[in-house]
Write a protein that binds this ligand. Sequence first.
Ligand SMILES: C[S@@+](CC[C@H](N)C(=O)[O-])C[C@H]1O[C@@H](n2cnc3c(N)ncnc32)[C@H](O)[C@@H]1O
Ligand code: SF4
Ligand code: SF4
Length: 427
Amino acid sequence: MGFELTLEARDGSRHHVYFDPLTSECVGLPLRIEPRAFAPVSRVAKDKPLGKSRAPRVLKIQLGMACNYACAYCNQAVQIGDATVSKLADVEAFLAGLEDWIEGAPGRIELWGGEPFLYWSKIKRLVPALAGRFPGARFSTITNGSLLDREKIDFIAAHDIAITISHDGPGQHLRGPDPLDDPEQRRWIEALLAERPEKTGFNAVLTRQHHDLRVLKTWFAENVGPDIFVGLEGVVNVYDVATAIGTGRFEPAELNSLTRSIFEALVEDPNAFGLGERINEFFASIQRRRPIDALGQKCGMDNPDAIAVDLLGNVMTCQNTGAKEVHKIGHIADFDAIALDTATHFAFRNECMSCPAVQLCKGSCMFLEGEFFKQSCANEFAFNMGIMMAAVWHLTGMVVVGVEHTGRAGLDGSAARLDGMAQAPGP
Ligand SMILES: C[S@@+](CC[C@H](N)C(=O)[O-])C[C@H]1O[C@@H](n2cnc3c(N)ncnc32)[C@H](O)[C@@H]1O
Ligand code: SF4
Ligand code: SF4
C-alpha cells in the first residue's frame, strides 16, 4: 500500500513523494536509508488476549479516580463508577504483596489519579517504600496542579518525582477552575517550577474550541513565563457523549485549522511543544524502514512490559479505566491468568492499515470503538498530519498539498480529509 504526497514549492512547482506507511519505504525525501532489523510486536485483540510480564518496565499505580475537577472532556468520567476505592491499609497489603508477583525492577513508576494529590497519605506511604525496593525507578505523576503545598513540593524533590501539570492555557475553562488564578495555588506551582525546572512542565489537551498553538504559546508566555515547557497531551479523544458533541467534535474546517496550526508551529520551531521527538521518530522510521508489524499502540499499554494496577491488586486495561467492570483484565494474585482482552491493536482496524499517518498516530486509543473511535481517529489524523507536513517541510522546504492512495482501494476519506491542505500556508 502506498501514498503519493504532492508537495508544492515556493515557486508553485509541484513535486511528488512516494510513501508506504506499512513498510516505511519512501522515495523522494532526502533521507539516508539504513534499514535495521525490527522484531514484530504481539498484536492484541479481544479474541487474541495478551498477558503481562512479571518484570514490567512501566508500573502504573491507580490510586483512585476521585477528582476535585470535572473537566469537560475527562477520559475517566465514564469510568469513575467502575473504579475501586481503597484504604490506607490497602497500601500496606499492596507493598507486602509486591514480593509475590513482581520480578526485577520497573524503570518507571507512575502514580495515577483521578487527581493524584487527593491521595496524599497513600503517596506518602507508597513512594518511599517503592523507592527503597526499586532504587533505580523514576517516579512521575500528572496532576491538575490545584493541591500543591510546601510539604508536597519537598516530598516531590526528595523523591525526584517528575510532575506534569495539566493545563489548557486559554482553554482552561473547559477543565475547571484555573489554579493560576488562585494566589495560593499559583504560588506553589511557581515554587515547583522554580525549584525543579527540569522535572516540571505543563501539558495541554487540544480541543475543538482551543487548538491554536500560537495562542497557546502566547498564553503561557504571558501568564507563566516565556521559557516554560508546555507539552501536548495531544488532541482530545472521545470517551463519552458529552465530549462527542462538545469539546471533541471538530468540524471539518476546524480539523484543517488544527493541522495547519501544528504545521505552522513546527515550521517556526521544529521542537515546538516537545513535538520535535515525533518528527525525529518519523524520520527514523523511514531511515530504518520500520515495518508496521514492529509498532505497538500509541499508549504502550498493549505491551506486556507495561502494567496498570490498583491498590487492591486488580489489573486494568490502563490507568484511566476502573477495575469493577469490563476493564478489569485480571489480578496480580492470579498473574498468569491476566488477559488484556478489551483492546484492539490498530492492525485489526482497516482504517489504520490504510492510513498515511499510522506510523505517527499508532492507532489512537486501543479500547475505543464505534463512533467514539471514529471521532478520536479524525482528531488524531488532523493532529498527526500536521506533524507529517512539518517533517516534510523541514526536509524539502515544500508544503504537502495532497495525499493520494496509490495502491489498494479503501482509503475512503484520507484524500478528502486533506482537501483543505491545499490552502495550508507556505513557509
Ligand atoms: C485523566 S487525567 C488524570 C490526572 C490529573 N487529574 C490531570 O488532569 O492531570 C490524565 C491526563 O489525561 C488528559 N485527558 C483527560 N481526558 C482526555 C481526553 N479525552 N483526551 C485526551 N487527553 C485527556 C488530562 O488532561 C491529563 O493530562
Ligand atoms: S482530566 Fe484530570 S483534573 Fe480533569 S476531571 Fe479528569 S481526572 Fe480530574
Ligand atoms: S489517524 Fe485514525 S486511521 Fe490513522 S492510525 Fe490514527 S486512528 Fe488509525
